[in-house]
Design a binder for this molecule. Structure first.
Ligand SMILES: NC(=O)c1ccc[n+]([C@@H]2O[C@H](COP(=O)([O-])OP(=O)(O)OC[C@H]3O[C@@H](n4cnc5c(N)ncnc54)[C@H](OP(=O)(O)O)[C@@H]3O)[C@@H](O)[C@H]2O)c1
Length: 330
């Protein structure tokens, strides 16, 4: 990716030029957007990489996004300009948010991004832009699953799959803050991380049979709530582990027969996270109270977004991969 000087009507951005591999992402100049009514123009300082980004990059034909397009869902930055009717923010405010993206609403892999003020919250003062950008989509998803759908309670046993991932690392901290006992799965090299985040038990999913391991620890049919961030065969494991009248919170699309779920009379939630400024405020309060800490695996300058995508597709990531744009503002 190459660097070029820009005018005030332009910005640097990473453009998805075709569905395909990381090489389909090109760093180049694009027109700078203007904020419409109720929207903010944010100078993006950091944007994180989510699995949805590489899923769209690989083949986003299931969305309405068609290349060339700017993707990216998370951002932390500084308000540059406000549209007509904006009431809560002004130029210079430091903010963070998860954006909705579509063909008509470009994503956050860009120096400037337009976002409705209703999706935005003030960035927690104790976080860097990189740390703040690591949280929005992953933490919003964990929050909505555990609290809004799962209604987890003190003393519940909660199984969180993929505890070292973006959603899992936030979910462990939230479940612990709510007083739950947390069992999680991860690869061996990430056991130290998930224990540090608060997991009571970590199971190496690549070596152990997760169903047998959980049963050995707490007995059969004993998990109150399961957060499934993986899907596929893991979904079937959940049906064996969840207790009768327990809950499964799934954030991935799974094609699994549901007979066992019916037999156990469980609550099954299939969750697609919504974006919301008020939820970002709750997450900011949790950060402020020291109950939620960002977990940043690595930081890439935006020019190297292709490498950042390669990093999360390879696996073994500890928390979030973040793109930094701070060098563009100096
Ligand atoms: N529904 C929604 O609104 C929503 C929102 C956010 C995310 N998602 C989806 O939820 C999934 C997780 O998101 P994320 O941001 O947490 O992704 P992530 O940061 O890439 O983490 C995924 C983790 O899954 C682990 N993993 C892979 N296979 C596993 C298995 N069989 N058992 C246990 N862990 C396993 C990987 O661990 P290792 O590589 O270390 O082995 C990796 O750390 C993605 O598919 C994403 O698209 C959905």
């Amino acid at each position: 990716m190459t660097f070029s000087l820009r005018t005030n009507l332009q910005m640097h951005a990473v453009v998805l030029d075709a569905f395909g591999g990381p090489e389909s992402l090109t760093y180049r100049l694009q027109p700078r957007p203007k904020p419409g009514p109720g929207s903010l123009l944010v100078r993006v300082m950091a944007a994180s990489v989510n699995p949805i980004d590489y899923k769209i990059r690989l083949n986003g034909a299931w969305t309405d996004i068609r290349p060339p397009a700017i993707i990216g869902a998370d951002a932390a930055g500084v308000v540059e300009e406000t549209g007509i009717g904006v009431t809560r923010f002004r130029k210079g405010d430091e903010v963070f948010y998860a954006a909705e993206i579509s063909q008509m609403t470009p994503g956050t892999y860009a120096e400037y991004h337009v976002v409705p003020e209703t999706l935005v919250a003030y960035k927690p003062g104790n976080l860097s832009f990189v740390e703040a950008a690591s949280l929005p989509l992953a933490a919003s998803t964990a929050w909505q699953a555990l609290f809004e759908r799962g209604h987890i309670e003190i003393g519940d046993t909660v199984l969180i799959h993929a505890g070292s991932g973006g959603v899992g690392s936030a979910a462990i901290q939230m479940a612990k803050a709510a007083g739950a006992r947390v069992i999680t799965t991860c690869r061996k090299s990430n056991v130290d991380l998930v224990v540090r985040l608060g997991a009571d038990v970590a199971i190496d999913y690549r070596v152990e049979n997760v169903v047998d391991a959980v049963r050995k620890i707490i007995g059969a049919d004993s998990v109150d709530t399961i957060l499934d961030t993986v899907g596929g065969p893991v979904f079937a494991q959940n049906l064996e582990l969840v207790k009768p009248r327990g809950r499964i919170l799934s954030i991935t699309a799974s094609e699994t027969p549901l007979r066992r779920a019916y037999q156990k009379n469980i609550d099954l939630h299939l969750i697609r996270a919504t974006r919301s400024g008020s939820l970002m405020e709750k997450i900011a309060r949790m950060v402020g109270a020291g109950l939620l800490k960002p977990v940043v695996d690595s930081v890439y300058p935006i020019e190297r977004t292709d490498e950042a995508h390669g990093r999360i597709e390879t696996g073994g990531v500890r928390g979030k991969v973040v793109l930094s744009l701070e060098s563009l503002s100096s």
